[in-house]
Design a protein around this ligand. Sequence first.
Ligand SMILES: *[C@@H]1O[C@H](CO)[C@@H](O)[C@H](O)[C@H]1NC(C)=O
Length: 100
Amino acid sequence: MADKKMIVLVALMVVVAVSIVDGQKVCNISRTEFDECLPAMTAPDPTFPSKECCENIHNADLPCMCSYKDSYLATTVLQVDTELAMKIPKKCGRVLPSPC
Ligand SMILES: *[C@@H]1O[C@H](CO)[C@@H](O)[C@H](O)[C@H]1NC(C)=O
């Protein structure tokens, strides 16, 4: 049983990774939209999120984003600093769901 769960999990991660690369939406944010926020979530010198970034964040599914907070996908595939990333909604005037 445990093995099956693991396989499902890995398969799911691959699907999500491919979706992002393909430009489909994940958490209601496409890869292109996500890229607008990249300067704001890149260490060591993040910028304040741009107007375009904030507009995308306003449409984003934040609880969904929370689930990626500590993910392999975010840190390894997308190479974002998730701690910085989680500060963006606040800078854009959105409140993150709690707990996140
Ligand atoms: C998803 O984003 C679009 C704009 O890109 C927005 O119109 C829509 O309301 C968003 N959906 C949700 C569920 O937030």
